[in-house]
Write a protein that binds this ligand. Structure first.
Ligand code: UTP
Length: 418
């Protein structure tokens, strides 16, 4: 390794007060030293320092200027209106201007499955199925209904990408056309200790982790997906998580509503079960769309009801989002704020020893898809029926677990022909 390269890395490490890494570099053999040096030179320390400093600022919850947002309820609008939305949306889908992006780069720590979450298998009344298999069935059905082959992009993480791709290959894409499915990996951020130190991983690189589902925009840009969508004349992109086995990924009404309301972003909301349900709600603050987290919504506002007795702040956000390509381009050119998650992360200390912490020791920086809504002054919201569209698998047991999701899935399908 060139001496200058090491000196450059050390200079940067000194500048950003990362002297523990310099101490470690001193103790490493040439191969490991070069690996770590290259990795250090790839870190944008200026940005990382900004993100870390911002994460340390005390955040005041600001609820001034917050007003509720209303959703359109399909059953409450006239037949004529419904038809208008449907026809507008159907034309977009049938004219090949529609694509889907599934974000599957999460770690799925709560479920605790050994492998990407989509490879988790459940027992349903339609037989044993993998989550990805169910998503493939949803896409195949939509393609059949509209006589098209909708491009489907799946965002993975660097950790789970090869396992995800091999899984699809081994299962012949569950009958989907492989030409229409494309995987791309999401971006990462270095993790940091509580006092702002980067950590060194077992492979002698700077330890990094996926940067949250909000990384979708940036990662689509980096992977050339935005350009590709533009070349294909795609106008609307639906984005959703990997873990809802009743997700409706192709909904003409939502597209039609967004077009009719001249909105660049749209979402399917769920009405909150109760004022205390742990779910973020859609609202406006200073004429910008916002998702206010349940932790930030004051109790009195959470309980407020309108003249009909419905919760004023009741439309919750559950990752069923629709963006125009224009909106995605705009978001990808700006940066989303990072939130911190305090996690357990192993690392190599300055003596070259592997440290396995027993409790959380470091910050993971994550951006969220819904923070992008704040770049827009309006959003079309179409309320979804919980029992028809929402069966999430988050936890190993209890609420939102495979057991509850399978019950919902079975209830849904027992009332319909497959
Ligand atoms: P969750 O917030 O439920 O996280 O992600 P998770 O990683 O699946 O599960 P836990 O919190 O570790 O238990 C919602 C959706 O966003 C994706 C997930 O794959 C899921 O589809 N996601 C999350 C990403 O694509 N990237 C991320 O960095 C985080």
């Amino acid at each position: 390794m060139k001496k200058e390269k090491l000196e450059k890395a050390e200079e940067i490490l000194k500048k950003y007060n990362q002297t523990e890494v310099i101490e470690l570099l001193d103790k490493l053999d040439d191969e490991k030293k070069e690996k770590l040096t290259d990795s250090v030179l790839n870190v944008d320390f200026e940005n990382l320092t900004k993100v870390f400093n911002r994460s340390q600022e005390k955040k005041e919850v600001n609820t001034t200027g917050i007003s509720p947002m209303n959703a359109i309820v399909k059953e409450d609008v006239s037949e004529e209106e419904r038809k208008k939305y449907f026809e507008l949306g159907k034309a977009v889908i049938q004219n090949n201007h529609y694509a889907v992006v599934t974000v599957a780069g999460g770690q799925g720590t709560r479920l605790g499955h050994d492998g990407p979450k989509g490879t988790y298998k459940i027992k349903t009344i339609k037989g044993e199925k993998y989550i990805f298999e169910i998503l493939c069935e949803i896409m195949k059905k939509a393609n059949q209904t509209y006589g098209v082959e909708i491009p489907w992009y799946i965002m993975t993480s660097e950790e789970n990408n090869s396992e995800t791709v091999s899984f699809f290959e081994e299962h012949n894409y569950f009958g989907c056309n492989p030409q229409k499915i494309k995987f791309f990996t999401q971006s990462k951020m270095p993790v940091m200790s509580k006092d702002g130190k980067i950590l060194v991983d077992k492979d002698y690189k700077v330890k990094e982790a996926s940067d949250g589902h909000g990384g979708i925009f940036n990662s689509m840009k980096r992977a050339g997906i935005i350009e590709e969508l533009s070349d294909k004349n795609i106008e609307w992109i639906f984005t959703c998580g990997v873990d809802n086995i009743l997700v409706n990924m192709v909904d003409p009404y939502l597209v039609g509503l967004a077009i009719d309301k001249k909105c660049k972003v749209a979402t399917r909301s769920l009405i909150k079960n109760s004022p205390s349900e742990k779910i973020g709600v859609l609202c406006k603050q200073n004429n910008r769309v916002k998702v206010i987290e349940y932790t930030e919504l004051p109790e009195d506002m959470a309980k407020e009801v309108d003249s009909k007795g419905n919760l004023k702040f009741g439309e919750s956000h559950v990752m069923f989002n629709l963006f125009s390509l224009e909106a995605i381009k705009k978001i990808a050119n700006e940066s989303l704020p990072y939130h911190i998650a305090f996690k357990k992360n192993e690392y190599i200390n300055s003596n070259g020893e592997l440290v396995k912490p027993e409790s959380p020791n470091s910050y993971k920086f994550e951006s969220f898809i819904f923070d992008s809504f704040e770049m827009f002054d309006d959003m079309a919201i179409l309320r979804a029926k919980r029992e028809d569209e929402f069966a999430p698998i988050k936890n190993a047991t209890g609420v939102d677990s495979p057991e509850t999701a399978v019950n919902l899935y079975n209830n849904f399908w027992s009332k319909r022909n497959t």
